[in-house]
Ligand binder design. Sequence first.
Ligand code: 8YV
Length: 309
Amino acid sequence: MKHDILMTGPMYAPTAADLEQAYNVHKLWAATDRDAFLAEIGGRITAVASSGGINAATIARLPQLKVIAHFGVGYDSVDVQAARARTIEVTNTPDVLTEEVADLAIGLLIATVRRIPQGDRYVREGRWLKGPMALTGSLQGKRLGVIGMGRIGRAIAKRAEAFGLRIAYQGPNRKDDVAWPYFAGPVELARESDIVIAACPGGESTRGLVSRAVIEAIGPEGVFVNISRGSVVDEPALIESLEAGKLGSAGLDVFAGEPRVPEALVAMENVVLQPHVASATHQTRKAMGQLVVDNLAAHFAGKALLTPV
Ligand code: 8YV
């Protein structure tokens, strides 16, 4: 007897195939009439495989729901409060993507400071034939401020220190096992940094944390990199500060209205854009998917969940 599960959005294909193998998978995003769809199957669903999240209204349509296995380390798209109110467990996919995300963060930083995409275009457009590309800024000896010293923030800082950057960090709490200087506030951190990388969770607690004051404190020569969530930064302020030269440059993997990116950012020469790919490798998505599969298997076997939030 196969259990009925709800998949909320398209998921990494090999993982979706594994889930189809083990369960009767009901695809929420494919339903032409969601209301009728949930009325028909809602009562049978005891588990959700979440891709892109699940809101309170949908959770309310699943009276037997016991567990939500989310595909992602960040679960700000899952209404955890609504789940907790019904003691529904929520799992995510931590650790397996930490190094991958940190690699992309450092790659985005170097690409932004050393203008690698611009250099690529310079060659492709034949401009090198007319003379050398303008010199860029340097990473060497710069001060990096990391917002969010969790698993991913630490992995980024470790890499950056190997590149010769001086590290400081900001977060809700000082970390006893972290020797780098700690700043309680993001503005204070930004004032003491040439580069700021946002690596904190999304959600209401960090919405707009990277405010106009933080952005301007990074400064006209400064660099901002975001691999956390678009919601963490005041995006209109970011755009205005870049346009006004109050912030030097930015490397962005996440945006407020993904996959839509403001035209103003698309048009900027001093910004490197990525389509939310920090964890987007076969190896890492496979590992993330396996955690979703294993958490659901543990649930149905009555065993402890592997990565409850
Ligand atoms: C997404 C991410 O999960 O893990 C996260 O929090 O943001 C990404 O790894 C991924 O983009 C799949 O949607």
